[in-house]
Design a protein around this ligand. Structure first.
Ligand SMILES: Cc1cc2nc3c(=O)[nH]c(=O)nc-3n(C[C@H](O)[C@H](O)[C@H](O)COP(=O)(O)OP(=O)(O)OC[C@H]3O[C@@H](n4cnc5c(N)ncnc54)[C@H](O)[C@@H]3O)c2cc1C
Length: 512
């Protein structure tokens, strides 16, 4: 029995463990080895308004502008205000961010940020460095259980009391805890083109759904414009920071494709850049990133450089072929401002959570920050040890095991729930993959992994079908405009069905 069981060892799970008192018994479970996560892949950095010319208020405005009038304004303010203080605290505790010759943090620029405010560590190895730091800080107080995949959450009288897990040999056990935290990351691997780590199969969404929790904003999936793509295969991400340093997007004739599309050109919001690139590819006009003029590319972006070289492309002399892929999930398990879900003793932080700070489109480099800030907020809440009582809930609905091919489902997701969506495509997908809300304990680890993947995909499709407008990352070809009718509307899903609620929206021009 643990005080707290944290499912996931990326930035969110590790920061939570770091912020909790050593007197607590803490378990961290990871599906594979601890460094197989989206955090370990994060290149660009962490946004924080540290420069004298910058402020949290400006950071909030940039965030709200990117989110297509769909963000939770108060939570955005929490993110940027507390985020700045937290980064300063972590730096003073020894988190090694890259510094200039004066010892001040070197601040980079990324898409839709109006100021240079992106902190890096180890050049483009920010996520890995952050993980090394947090693992070191927490090693004495945490029981780390790698290769322990959670199959199902244990529910008793409407409260979450543990997790049923399987190790890599298929041995199952129940891990009991007073508090259970989903920090399971994203969903990119539901698509055939993605920047995400192999663990990002939407398990947290499925676990929460089967336990009876409310999920929201699932239709908002961000596609990163520049996934390094060779022979139709995703071969890693080329961070926005490369465009921030001056790289531009060209077609095979060398024409800059963003020039007449948006005033920020290559640094326009991600959904716009991604749609332009995809549109060219669909017309058999491949798009390339030209970074040949960036001074000391290999020093500034050592991981990207090494990855390209491994694949036979030298960014100093060659153009890099790029195509969009699934990158970040704005929606997720609905939480309040301290990470509590609709189920007592079950919490969600990091990418699996929907805190509302990313709205319909995330501002680059705000997600590591969100993981840190909301993990720290949850730690304070858990320390208060407030345990709410639950309402008994029966999730045992009838269904049979679903047989399907993951590769087929990924292709269908990419085709119908991808960058460009239509009502017909979404409806076809939902008919082919209706929701099956049951996980039986006798299922094998592979079968449960399939159910997680299936459930997460189907949930996203249902929300995308219902939202008959285009907003942020959600683009419906049959409803191409943002509508007033959908402004502030949140699509919620749970095992009880689908419903619409309202979020108070603060328009960008009113942000102080
Ligand atoms: C290539 C890439 C580059 C990025 N660059 C940036 C950037 O520069 N700046 C930025 O802010 N954001 C960036 N992001 C986004 C950011 O990295 C992620 O949103 C963030 O790291 C998510 O952290 P997390 O802790 O929520 O999840 P993750 O770091 O993905 O960790 C998830 C954890 O959950 C575990 N898990 C999952 N399912 C189960 C299960 N069933 N049982 C047990 N354990 C499970 C995994 O093993 C893993 O330990 C990038 C993302 C990618 C993919």
């Amino acid at each position: 029995m643990f005080d707290i069981c944290i499912i996931g060892g990326g930035v969110a799970g590790l920061m939570l463990a770091h912020s909790l008192p050593a007197s607590m018994s803490i378990a961290i479970l990871t599906k594979e080895d601890p460094f197989t996560s989206n955090t370990a892949l994060a290149q660009g950095g962490i946004a924080a308004s540290l420069a004298p010319y910058d402020s949290p208020a400006t950071h909030a405005i940039d965030t709200m502008l990117a989110t297509a009038d769909h963000a939770h304004h108060e939570r955005v303010e929490m993110l940027v205000n507390e985020g700045k203080l937290l980064i300063e605290k972590l730096m003073s505790q020894g988190l090694p961010f890259d510094a200039n010759s004066l010892g001040l943090p070197e601040l980079g620029q990324e898409a839709a940020h109006t100021q240079r405010r992106i902190l890096h560590a180890g050049g483009d190895q920010t996520g890995k460095m952050l993980m090394h730091y947090l693992l070191k800080q927490t090693q004495e107080k945490v029981t780390l259980l790698p290769f322990h995949a959670v199959l199902k959450l244990k529910m008793e009288e409407g409260r979450c009391t543990g997790a049923i897990v399987s190790d890599q040999h298929g041995h199952k056990q129940l891990i009991k805890a007073n508090h259970v935290v989903l920090a399971t990351g994203g969903i990119g691997q539901l698509y055939s083109q993605t920047s995400n780590s192999p663990i990002a199969t939407g398990d947290g969404l499925s676990l929460a759904y089967h336990a009876g929790a409310i999920l929201e904003d699932l239709e908002f999936v961000q596609f990163h414009p520049t996934i390094f793509t060779l022979n139709g295969k995703s071969c890693g991400l080329i961070s926005e920071a490369v465009r921030g340093e001056g790289a531009f997007l060209v077609n095979q004739d060398g024409i800059r494709v963003m020039k007449d599309v948006h005033p920020l050109m290559e640094l326009a919001p991600r959904d716009i850049v991604a749609r332009v690139i995809e549109w060219h590819w669909q017309k058999n006009d491949p798009i390339y990133l030209d970074a040949r003029y960036i001074h000391r590319f290999e020093m500034k972006f050592p991981s990207i450089y090494a990855n390209c070289m491994r694949h036979g492309i030298n960014p100093i002399h060659d153009l890099m072929p790029v195509r969009p892929g699934a990158h970040f999930h704005m929606g997720g398990v609905q939480t309040n401002d301290v990470g509590e879900t609709s189920i007592p003793q079950l919490y969600a932080i990091g990418e699996v959570a929907s805190t509302g700070v990313h709205g319909a489109n995330r501002l680059a480099s705000n997600s590591l920050l969100e993981g840190l800030v909301f993990a720290e907020r949850l730690a304070k809440r858990v320390e208060e040890n407030v345990i709410r009582s639950g309402t008994p809930f029966d999730t045992e609905l009838d269904s049979s095991f679903i047989q399907f091919s993951s590769a087929h489902m990924q292709r269908r997701m990419t085709e119908h729930i991808g960058i460009i969506r239509t009502g017909d495509g979404l409806s076809d997908f939902i008919q082919e993959f209706p929701l099956h809300p049951r996980i039986l304990e006798e299922y094998s680890i592979d079968e449960v992994q399939q159910i997680h993947r299936y459930t997460a995909s189907s949930l996203i499709a249902h929300s995308a079908f219902l939202r008959t407008e285009s907003r942020g990352s959600h683009y419906r070809q049959d409803y191409p405009a943002v509508t007033e009718e959908w402004t502030g509307k949140i699509i919620e899903q749970s095992i009880n069905g689908i419903s619409i609620s309202t979020r108070k929206i603060e328009r960008k021009e009113t942000v102080k």
